[in-house]
Design a protein around this ligand. Sequence first.
Ligand SMILES: Cc1ncc(COP(=O)(O)O)c(C=O)c1O
Length: 391
Amino acid sequence: MYDFDTPVNREGTKAYKLELREKYFGSNEVLPLWVADMDFSAPPAVCEAIQARAAHNIYGYTIRTKEFNEAIKNWLMRRHNWSVENSWIEYSPGVVPALTFSIMSFTMPGDGVIIQTPVYPPFYSVVKDNDRKVVKNPLVQENGSYRMNFEELEILTAKPENKVLILCNPHNPLGRVWTKDELETLGDICHRNNVLVLSDEIHSDLMLFGNKHTPFASVNEQMANNSITFMAPSKTFNIAGFNTSYVVASNSRLLNGYRQVLNKLHLNMGHVFSEVILETAYNEGEDWLGELISYLEANARFVVDFINENMPEVKVKLPHATFLTWLDFRSWGWSQKDLVAFLVNKAGVGLNDGVSFGVEGEGFMRMNIASPRSVIKKALEQIFNARKELN
Ligand SMILES: Cc1ncc(COP(=O)(O)O)c(C=O)c1O
């Protein structure tokens, strides 16, 4: 019913992904498969609701009603079998800002914040920019898959200066879905050592190949009590430019701690479209999401098949979730600088540098596959042809 195949021209929309190519790649020509938004139109129902609201020409201060929380509550129940109460939910003007407010509220300058690397770059900056210390608990790669290092996590969480862990559930850039057992083990270690878990679940609706998302706080009472969950319709429905997201915490001390900073900074108002987009997306976007997921699965298969057939020395696995793939170029034996220069200057593709996620990303690149298949095909062919020319 929905068209993901026809390219949509984003020129003239001031899209970050397009406009900042010159700055990041030194060229406006590269195919933009980097920033984590999608090259697909948002669900028609969402576009219509925005246009209907925009048709009224007064854009004054706007409240959120209880329907905002209702839509979230119903969504979490339907999609993730997670029963939450309206009073556990609070608005946030973006997931990264909400992580920042939580770091500000629950830690002091100099405290340690544990992150599991390689990981989404703002996990570093929300810590460093607030004068806290990044404490790395790198993920361990085994046979092309990644697992958590719980032995090391025990040691890190036992240090009293380490107060918080930011979890990426599911994981960006690895596309890894954490199992209930893994989350339980992590939750137990953090609880025993008094380390608060901030669970970033922004990609949780984009489960591929029948994988199931487990909200960290849904596993048991203890984990619910020791965590804040960060969610949004932004990745799911390609509406990230509206900066509308939310946090969930059943522990009122934690929710109030978050709220204190949100209110102190006077960022609790939201904007004129916050409620319209979230409610419409959650209440009317499910058919569209179903088709999107099928399309992303086919794109992921296409990438893996193309690489296995044409460049089998490059390693890639089907992601469990997200519209991101993690390409392992280490067998080429190049420096990261040479790899990036080749992809930009010879292949003409703009991917995310693996090292931007941490030193563990050396030899890797992240490719966003939320584009029409023809674009993904073109990018892969450009890489393949440029590589062939070097031989
Ligand atoms: C794990 C993760 N968290 C947060 C964000 C961004 O969230 P927001 O735009 O709501 O700040 C992204 C975007 O790529 C992400 O991958």
